[in-house]
Every structure is written in structure tokens, then in C-alpha cells.
Design a protein around this ligand. Structure first.
Ligand code: SAM
Ligand code: DTB
Ligand code: SF4
Length: 328
């Protein structure tokens, strides 16, 4: 992996990249991708909602917020054995990472957290990269997760600082950044990205990438989600984000965070194979596989398998990359 990576970016620089003619942008991003990664290798993550619905936050995109009337059924924390079975199936299906999500505002120091720590230990012992997304964490909680063997923590900034208050009112952008810094301090790799298609401007998209790239150390993985507009949420009427805007976002993320994994995340069900191919070309090198994301559908296992065969993609092995990126 090349070490000469530019570390600080200005808004103007990002804007110039973002606004390049699309095919030129894709070509440049593909070249950056080849320099830093094994082209065609895709990191496959499997996602499981270990505690579903009933969340006290008001994230306007989220079907799991208690205050919206969606079809999501509230489910308490899953049993460790059930989670392990899902992790074993994910491993057998070729996933290198297993990500457990909980509809919590923040982690509390209680028995449920102790059970999650057990799940982390057990999944780690299967030889999978373990990831959690549990809401806000204190420094001590991040350390406990690290001690249990957590490899990555997902905590999205979702959009720009300026737009954040239009999407969520029950926490601040700084709350999010603080948790990311606790995760980083504990030596866990950071997975952080956001959502497009929520009615944000181009400046917001650029602002979100600018925040991520200018973190003291950029995230090791950057999920780019296309909003899944769910009935009952305030964003239910949002039109699907135009595909070429998704490609532009993926390519820009690849250009400015050359060493990170860029994950083509929620919204893949709506994309054809040809559209996904252009995203992989533009630098996406990670996906969530399995027929469900947290509560919404995702492409079927066999469909993805066929896509990998046709496009000549290979699933990467776990623990492939050095554990954390370092500022150079
Ligand atoms: N409660 C924790 C939190 O908010 O960090 C973890 C789970 S939360 C569902 C994880 C992420 O999923 C959110 O930060 C958001 O980026 C993404 N997400 C949630 N609903 C989505 C939707 N309808 N479309 C696209 N992404 C979504
Ligand atoms: C991320 O960036 N996307 C995933 C994962 N991190 C946790 C979640 C997507 C959720 C989509 C809506 C749902 O299935 O509930
Ligand atoms: Fe709760 Fe997370 Fe959904 Fe926000 S995104 S409502 S914090 S589960």
C-alpha cells in the first residue's frame, strides 16, 4: 500500500473533484483504487439487527425510531446462541466481517451490554472481524468493546454538520464525533459514512466527506448509503437518489480516502448489476451481503454470488489490512 497519502483537504479541492465530468472522475478514482487495493477484491460484511426498534432518537430516515409509525416490530436483545448461529452462517457464506446493530441511542452499562460483550468475544473467536453499531459510547465502553475483541465500530455522521439538525434533533454532530474519537482512542477501527438522498445539497455531501477525510485519522471504512425511504418515517416521500449522484459520491470518497474501504451500503437492491459494476469501478470495494440489512431488504445471497462471478469480483479474507490507518 502506498504511503504518500494527502491528509488535509479543503472544501474547494473536494468540490473540484466532485464536479469533474463523471467518466473522468470514475477513471481517476479507478486508478487511485488500483494503486491502493487489489482491484476486484471486495470486503463482504454481514449485518444482523441484534436489538430492533423502539429507539428513542428521532433520526428522520430511520424505521426503528419509536416515535414513527412504521411496520418494524420491537424486539429485545437476541440470545447469544442465535447471534452465533447467524455469524456462523455468514462465515460459511463468505463474509469476512459480522456487524451487529442495536437500535439504541447510546450504550448503557447494564446486563445487555455485558451480553453484547460476550457476543463480541464469541464472534471474534470464529475468526471473523467483529463490528458493532450500538449508538453513542463513552471512552470506557469503547475500551471494554476493544478488550472483548471488537475490530470495527460503525457510527455514521450521516450528512454535513450544517444539515445535521434538519435530520436529527435528539443529538448533535459533536456527540457523533465524540463517540468516533472514543472508538479511535480504544484502538478499534472506525467505520463512518452517511446517507445520500435525504434532500441534502451538493454542499452537504461535500461537507460530509470533508468531515470524514479531515478527522485526525480518516475512517478505515466509509459506508455510502442511498436512503431507503421507509413508510411511516418523515422521509417516506423522498425520491430515490439519482444513480449517477451515487457514483459521484463513491468516486469522490475513493479519491480522497484512497486507503479506506468504501462500502456500497443501503440501497443496493434498487441497483442493477451494471450500475453496481460502475460503483465497483469507481472505487467501491465493500458491501453488505445477506437478504436483509437491519430491517429492510437487501439483494439475495445467490444474486450477489452471480454478480461476483459475472464481474470477476473476489471476497476478501478477514483481517487483511493492517489494523488502523495512521496519519502520515
Ligand atoms: N442506533 C445506532 C446508531 O444510530 O448509530 C446504530 C444503528 S443505525 C440504524 C446505523 C445507521 O444506519 C445510521 O447511522 C444510518 O446511517 C443508517 N440507516 C438507518 N436507516 C437508514 C435508511 N432508511 N436508509 C439508509 N441508511 C439508513
Ligand atoms: C450503515 O452505514 N448502513 C447499515 C449499517 N451501517 C448499520 C444500516 C443500513 C440500514 C438501512 C435501513 C434498515 O435496514 O433498517
Ligand atoms: Fe435509533 Fe440509530 Fe435509528 Fe437513530 S439511526 S433512530 S439512533 S436506531
Amino acid at each position: 500500500m502506498s504511503e504518500s497519502v494527502k491528509r488535509f483537504w479543503t472544501r474547494e479541492e473536494l468540490q473540484t473533484i466532485y464536479n469533474k465530468p463523471l467518466l473522468e472522475l470514475v477513471l481517476e478514482a479507478a486508478n487511485v483504487h488500483r494503486q491502493h487495493h487489489s482491484f476486484g477484491e471486495v470486503q463482504v460484511s454481514s449485518l444482523l439487527s441484534i436489538k430492533t426498534g423502539g429507539c428513542s432518537e428521532d433520526c428522520s430516515y430511520c424505521p426503528q425510531a419509536a416515535r414513527y409509525n412504521t411496520d418494524v416490530e420491537v424486539q429485545p436483545l437476541m440470545k447469544t446462541e442465535e447471534v452465533l448461529e447467524a455469524a456462523q452462517n455468514a462465515k460459511a457464506g463468505g463474509a469476512s466481517r459480522f456487524c451487529m446493530g442495536a437500535a439504541w441511542r447510546e450504550v448503557r452499562d447494564n446486563r445487555d451490554f455485558d451480553r453484547v460483550l460476550d457476543m463480541v468475544k464469541e464472534v471474534n473467536s470464529l475468526g471473523l472481524e467483529v463490528c458493532c453499531t450500538l449508538g453513542m459510547l463513552t471512552e470506557q465502553q469503547a475500551q471494554k468493546l476493544a478488550d472483548a475483541g471488537l475490530y470495527a465500530y460503525n457510527h455514521n455522521i450521516d450528512t454535513s454538520a450544517e444539515n445535521y439538525g434538519n435530520i436529527i434533533s435528539t443529538r448533535t454532530y459533536d456527540d457523533r464525533l465524540n463517540t468516533i474519537s472514543h472508538v479511535r482512542k480504544a484502538g478499534i477501527t472506525v467505520c463512518s459514512g452517511g446517507i445520500i438522498g435525504m434532500g441534502e445539497t451538493e454542499e452537504d455531501r461535500i461537507g460530509m466527506l470533508l468531515t470524514l477525510v479531515n478527522l485526525p485519522v480518516p475512517p478505515e471504512s466509509v459506508p455510502i448509503n442511498a436512503l431507503v425511504a421507509v413508510k411511516g418515517t418523515p422521509l417516506e416521500e423522498q425520491q430515490r437518489v439519482p444513480f449517477y449522484e451515487l457514483v459521484r459520491m463513491v468516486a469522490t470518497a475513493r479519491m480522497v480516502m484512497p486507503q479506506s474501504a468504501v462500502r456500497l451500503s443501503a440501497g443496493r437492491l434498487e441497483l442493477s448489476m451494471a450500475e453496481q459494476a460502475l460503483c465497483f469501478m469507481a472505487g467501491a470495494n465493500s458491501i453488505f451481503a445477506g437478504d436483509k440489512l437491519l430491517t429492510t431488504p437487501n439483494p439475495e445471497f445467490n444474486e450477489d454470488k452471480q454478480m461476483f462471478e459475472i464481474l470477476g469480483l473476489r471476497a476478501s479474507q478477514p483481517f487483511k489490512k493492517e489494523k488502523t490507518l495512521h496519519a502520515s
